[in-house]
Design a protein around this ligand. Structure first.
Ligand code: SAM
Length: 243
């Protein structure tokens, strides 16, 4: 496990199932994370599916190891220990939504669903493509924060086009910023145990939150270090402490 500190951002290069065990009890205010989705369109044997890129998209997600979900029960039981009070914003696919929602209901948490619509996605009635992302914010023993404008529950964005960070599951920064404000205050610690390219870290820096990020893929970890370093405006090697 590698650890890099950039200002108030602590970045771990390792498997979150292991790294989470080392995070202090009741230290984190909010978990905002975009875990691997369960996305199986299956190989579509028609030329049409090849042409519109469904098989290619599945291949990219499979190669990045982000199409088989995560162990919800194990991760959530660590989060209960790590968080001051339960307070999780978890992105998910349609197939993961029921398990997460049932967890919130069974534990007596308050919850809110948040949708991120992909404006230019293909119609998805047959479930073969992803046209929206689901997020459940579940919490207990705290109040929602942020301003009226932050308490949005549906977001829209255009997929495709050139992106600054080349991660196959890049999330847009604006919704992340609003959501952090709803779930935490300035100075609080926010955790993302499936950090990817570091979108949550960038949002934390821009909203004065402290950040703990975990990413197991070396390439994506380096991307996050570069991105967070760039935002922090301290790319010089001297300012990045290596542990
Ligand atoms: C859906 S992506 C997150 C993308 C991120 N929201 C962004 O905007 O870049 C999930 C990430 O979790 C990472 N991951 C998967 N399993 C992991 C694990 N056990 N521990 C840490 N990271 C993991 C993947 O490598 C991937 O980068």
């Amino acid at each position: 496990m590698r650890k890099i500190q950039i200002g108030d951002c602590t970045l771990y290069n390792g498997d979150c199932y292991e790294v989470l065990k080392h995070i202090e009890d009741h230290s984190v205010t909010l978990v905002h994370s975009d875990p691997p989705y369960v996305v199986h369109s299956g190989v579509q044997k028609s030329e049409w599916y090849d042409r519109i890129g469904v098989n290619k998209q599945q291949e990219v997600l499979d190669n990045a190891d982000i199409s088989n979900g995560f162990d919800i029960e194990t991760v959530l039981s660590e989060l209960v220990r790590i968080c001051k009070t339960p307070n999780y914003q978890l992105w998910c696919s349609k197939k993961q939504f029921p398990e997460l929602l049932n967890y919130a209901i069974d534990n007596g948490y308050s919850w809110q669903d948040i949708m991120l619509y992909r404006n230019n996605a293909l119609p998805n009635l047959n479930g073969k493509y992803q046209d929206k992302d689901y997020c459940i914010h579940m919490w207990k023993g705290r109040k929602i924060t942020g301003e009226y404008k932050d308490r949005v529950t549906d977001y829209h964005w255009n997929i495709g086009g050139k992106k600054e960070w080349n991660h196959p599951a890049l999330k847009p920064i604006e919704p992340t910023i609003h959501m952090l404000k709803v779930g935490s205050d300035e100075g609080d610690i926010v955790l993302d145990m499936f950090m990817g390219s570091g979108t949550t870290g960038e949002a934390c820096l821009k909203t004065n939150r402290k950040f703990i990020g975990i990413e197991k893929n070396d390439e994506y970890f380096e991307m996050a270090v570069k991105r967070i370093g760039k935002v922090f405006d301290c790319l010089s090697e001297n300012d990045i402490k290596l542990f």
